[in-house]
Write a new protein. Structure first.
Length: 116
């Protein structure tokens, strides 16, 4: 029987602090392209969780620190992507479980084309 995968979690504050350093993680939005274009954490890239195979072309270094996120704590796209990346051999994968909702709730800005 396969050993269950443990996914490391991060908070909005920890992610924001990491983004202010020279050793920035790659931040990945795990939602579909339409959702990504509508709202996202600044500087994030889009790899929908169903397209995890794209990762090796985008991030060939399996030791690169990666933070994945989606809409909110109820969204399962980022844990699915995190698990797929770990299974592909990526060693520093974090799930920002609270996602965009947690980012905004912590007082940080989102960017995108969504009109309010």
């Amino acid at each position: 029987m396969a050993k269950p995968i443990t996914i490391q979690r991060t908070s909005a504050e920890m992610l924001f602090e990491k983004l202010q350093t020279n050793e920035r993680p790659v931040v990945i939005n795990a939602l579909d392209k339409k959702a990504y274009l509508a709202r996202r954490i600044p500087g994030s890239v889009n790899i929908p969780h169903q397209k995890a195979d794209w990762i090796e072309n985008i991030i060939p270094d399996k030791n690169q620190e990666i933070v994945v996120y989606c809409a909110n704590a109820d969204c399962d796209a980022s844990p699915k992507l995190a698990e797929a990346l770990i299974e592909k051999g990526y060693t520093h994968v974090w799930d920002f479980e609270e996602g965009m909702a947690g980012w905004e709730n912590a007082g940080y800005k989102l960017i995108g084309n969504k009109t309010e």
